[in-house]
Design a protein around this ligand. Structure first.
Ligand code: AHR
Length: 661
C-alpha cells in the first residue's frame, strides 16, 4: 500500500510538472557524426551474475535434487522417508569427517526384506520443473554390502501421476564407492514434480550425491546450466560477466566467504557452504539456500567464454560482510587471500606447464581464459579496506601488471564513505572503481548528468550494481515497472555519453526465482520451467546490442540532452556496421514530435531502423503470463536527406539506427 502510494505520488509529481508546459515545441536534435567524443569500451554493458534469489542452485545450475549430498545444516532437508521403517535407524545420516572433509555426510539405508515399500522422496527446489519427451539423467554414488538391491526411480507430477521412471540394480561393492547412472524420458510437462526412490531387497546401502539433471542444458553439457536462462544472457551480448557476487563473496563471516579453489574439480569434492542470503532478509527467510558449487569458477569462466563476455571474478579481500560480522583478517594473515588472487590469474591465463594452468587443462580447457580484470572485495569500505587493497595491489601488479583491478567504493554512490573511498582510490590510481546505486527512479532521472563533470583521465568507473527501486532499497515491495526501466534508460544515456569515464555497467541483481527470491527488483524472473525479461531487461539488452563504438554529440540548442522537457539522449557511431545509433528517452506523459538533423556525414540510407520500448502505464510490468507486455517493437523510419522526423511516444525509449553511406 505504502509502495503504491509512493509510486502514485511520484507519477503525479511527474505529470504535474509536465502538464505545466502543456505542449512541447518542436525541436531539432543535432547529431555531429564526425565529432568523436569518446570510445565506447567493448565491456560497456555487461551482466552481474550473483547467487541470490536461487540464482545458482535452484536457478541456472540445472540440478533438480535439493540437498543431494545431505550436507545442508539439517541433513535431511528436502528429503522425506516414504513408507514405514521397520527398525529405528533404517535411515541414518553418517559423517565420515576424517575421511572426507569436503563431503562428509552420506545416507545409510538398511533394508529388511523391503518390497518397494520403503523409500525416499526429494522435493526439489520448490518442486522440479519437468518437460514432456525430454530425457532426464539420474545418478548417485553408492556403497553396498549386500547382494542385490533394486532401486525404483519415479518422477511424480504435482497431480500425483508417475511421469517418468527407471529401475537400477545395485550389487555388492564392498568398501568402494561407485557411481551409477540411469536415464528416462518424461511423459508430461509439470512445474512442480518430485522424485521418489523406492527400495527392494535386503541389506545395507550407502547413498550420496543423488542427482537428477535434464539433458537440454546449455550447450547440452551433462550436469550443466539451464539453457533458457543462459540464452537470455547470451541474447544481451554482454561485454563482461561479473561473478559470483555480491555479498556471498564476503560471507556472513570469513568461514562463509566464497573460496574459488573449493569450487573446481569433481563436484563431490566441492565443499558446500550456507548461502549468505539464507537468513539475510528477515521477511524472506530461505532456510534451504546453500551453495553446492556444482557451478564453480571453471564453469563461470566457461560461461563467460560461451557468451563472448570478459570474465570479471570478484574475490574476498580479507573482510567479511560489513553489514554482518565485519570480521577482518589481520594484515599479517592476508597472504593466503592474496595467493588466491594470484593463483586465480594463473588458473585463468597461464600455460599448461604451470601448476594452475595444468589444473585448468585437466578440467578440459587447455587454452587460457584471457582474464583481464579482477575485483578485490565486493562492497567493502573504510580504511581497513584500503589497507588490504594496498597489499593485494602491490602483489598482483608486481606479477601481473596488465591485470586491471576493480576496487569497491562501498554501498552507495555518495556520502562520507563514498567520498573517502572515491578520493583515496583515485589517489591510488585505481584502474576501475565500482559504484553502486540502488535508488528511486527520480534519482536515476536526476543523475543522467552524474558523470558529465567526472575526471576524464585516471580511474574509470564501473557502475557495477544499479536498479531503480519502485519503493526503496531492500523493500520486498519493489517491482520491475516501466517507470523503473525508463528511468534507468534515461540514466544510461548519461553513462554512454560519458564512455570515457564509465567503462562498464551492469544491472543488479540479475535473476530471481519467483518462489525463492530474497531481493527485488531483479532483471530476469524465472520459475522451474520459464523465464521472462522485465522491462529493465529490455532496456539493458537494447543498450548492449546497440552499443556503438564511438560517442558523438547529440544536442538541442547546443546543449546535451539531459532532462530538458523530460528528454534524454545519446548518440554513437557503430564502426563495424557503419551506423549512427541514436537513443532517446521521452520520460514525459506527452507525445513529442521533433526532428533530427545529421551533420558531418556525406549521406545516409533513405530508411532507418527504429526500435521502441514504451508503455503509457508507468507501473505496468511483464509477467510469466504476459512476458512481452513491454517489449521492443521494430519498424522502419523515413530519412529525407539527412533529416528525420521523429514522433516520440509518451513514456518511451527509442533507438534509431541509420546507415551511413
Ligand atoms: O545485489 C544485491 C546486493 O546488493 C549485493 O549482494 C551487494 O553487493 C549489494 O549490497
Amino acid at each position: 500500500m505504502i509502495a503504491m502510494n509512493r509510486i502514485n505520488h511520484f507519477v503525479c509529481y511527474l505529470i504535474l510538472i509536465l502538464n505545466s508546459s502543456s505542449v512541447f515545441a518542436q525541436k531539432t536534435f543535432v547529431v555531429k557524426a564526425n565529432e568523436i567524443k569518446a570510445s565506447i569500451q567493448p565491456t560497456m554493458w555487461g551482466v552481474f551474475f550473483e547467487d541470490i534469489n536461487l540464482g545458482a542452485d535452484g536457478g541456472i545450475y540445472a540440478e533438480l535434487v535439493k540437498n543431494r549430498s545431505f550436507e545442508f545444516k539439517k541433513p535431511m532437508m528436502g528429503w522425506r522417508v516414504l513408507g514405514i521403517t521397520k527398525t529405528e535407524g533404517d535411515f541414518q545420516v553418517l559423517n565420515r569427517q576424517d575421511a572426507n572433509t569436503a563431503n562428509p555426510r552420506y545416507l545409510q539405508v538398511t533394508l529388511d526384506h523391503a518390497t518397494h515399500d520403503l523409500g525416499l522422496t526429494n522435493e526439489g527446489f520448490r518442486g522440479m520443473g519437468i518437460k514432456k519427451d525430454l530425457r532426464y539423467d539420474f545418478s548417485f554414488m553408492y556403497r553396498q554390502r549386500a547382494s542385490d538391491i533394486k532401486i525404483y526411480i519415479e518422477l511424480v507430477s504435482s497431480k500425483g501421476e508417475t511421469i517418468g521412471k527407471t529401475i537400477i540394480q545395485t550389487t555388492d561393492t564392498g568398501n568402494n564407492w561407485e557411481k551409477l547412472k540411469a536415464s528416462f524420458i518424461a511423459s508430461e510437462t509439470d512445474l512442480k514434480s518430485h522424485l521418489n526412490i523406492w527400495f527392494e531387497g535386503n541389506g545395507s546401502i550407502d547413498l550420496d550425491m543423488i542427482s537428477l539433471f535434464p539433458t537440454d542444458t546449455w550447450k547440452n553439457r551433462p550436469g550443466g546450466m539451464r539453457a533458457d536462462m543462459i540464452q537470455m544472457l547470451a541474447d544481451m551480448k554482454p561485454g563482461f560477466i561479473r561473478f559470483p557476487g555480491g555479498c556471498i563473496v564476503e560471507g556472513y563471516d570469513l568461514s562463509q566467504r566464497y573460496q574459488w579453489k573449493k569450487t573446481i574439480g569433481p563436484i563431490e569434492e566441492r565443499q558446500l557452504i550456507i548461502n549468505r542470503w539464507n537468513t539475510e532478509i528477515v521477511n524472506r527467510p530461505t532456510l534451504d539456500y546453500f551453495q553446492t558449487f556444482g557451478l564453480g569458477f571453471f564453469e563461470y569462466f566457461q560461461l563467460a567464454e560461451d557468451i563472448g563476455a570478459e570474465p570479471l571474478p570478484i574475490l574476498n579481500c580479507g573482510m567479511a560482510c560489513q553489514f554482518n560480522s565485519s570480521e577482518l583478517v589481520p594484515l599479517e594473515g592476508l597472504d593466503p587471500y592474496v595467493k588466491d588472487a594470484i593463483d586465480l590469474i594463473e588458473f585463468a591465463n597461464a600455460d599448461t606447464t604451470t601448476y594452475w594452468g595444468k589444473i585448468r587443462a585437466s578440467l578440459g580447457h587447455a587454452a587460457p581464459f584471457h582474464l583481464k580484470m579482477l575485483g578485490i572485495g565486493n562492497e567493502n569500505w573504510g580504511p581497513q579496506y584500503v589497507e588490504r587493497l594496498q597489499i593485494f595491489t602491490k602483489a598482483i601488479k608486481a606479477k601481473y601488471p596488465d591485470i586491471k583491478l576493480v576496487y569497491s567504493s562501498g554501498t552507495d554512490a555518495d556520502g562520507e564513505r563514498f567520498n573517502y573511498l572515491n578520493t583515496t582510490l583515485r589517489k591510488m590510481n585505481a584502474d576501475i572503481i565500482d559504484e553502486h546505486y540502488y535508488r528511486r527512479p527520480e534519482w536515476f532521472l536526476a543523475n543522467a548528468k552524474r558523470y558529465d563533470n567526472y575526471p576524464k583521465n585516471g580511474s574509470k568507473v564501473f557502475g557495477g550494481e544499479y536498479a531503480a527501486q519502485s519503493d526503496h532499497t531492500v523493500s520486498i515491495n519493489n517491482k520491475n515497472t516501466w517507470l523503473t526501466a525508463l528511468s534507468e534508460a534515461a540514466f544510461m544515456t548519461g553513462l554512454e555519453r560519458n564512455a570515457d569515464v564509465v567503462s562498464m555497467a551492469s544491472y543488479a541483481p540479475l535473476f530471481a526465482h519467483a518462489d525463492g527470491w530474497q531481493w527485488t527488483p531483479d532483471l530476469i524472473w524465472v520459475n522451474n520451467l520459464q523465464s521472462y525479461g522485465t522491462p529493465d531487461y529490455y532496456v539493458q539488452k537494447l543498450f548492449s546490442t546497440n552499443k556503438g563504438t564511438k560517442v558523438v554529440p547529440i544536442t538541442i540548442n547546443n546543449e546535451t540532452v539531459t532532462g530538458q522537457d523530460s528528454l534524454y539522449a545519446t548518440a554513437a557511431i557503430d564502426e563495424a556496421e557503419n551506423d549512427v545509433v541514436i537513443k532517446i528517452v521521452n520520460a514525459s506523459e506527452k507525445q513529442q514530435n521533433h526532428s533530427i538533423s545529421l551533420e558531418g556525414i556525406n549521406s545516409v540510407a533513405a530508411k532507418g531502423k527504429l526500435i521502441v520500448l514504451k508503455s503509457d502505464q508507468l507501473y505496468s510490468v511483464n509477467s510469466f503470463e504476459h512476458p512481452q507486455n513491454i517489449a521492443p517493437q521494430e519498424s522502419e523510419i523515413d530519412i529525407k536527406g539527412k533529416k528525420i522526423q521523429l514522433n516520440l511516444s509518451p513514456y518511451s525509449f527509442s533507438i534509431l539506427r541509420i546507415k551511413m553511406k
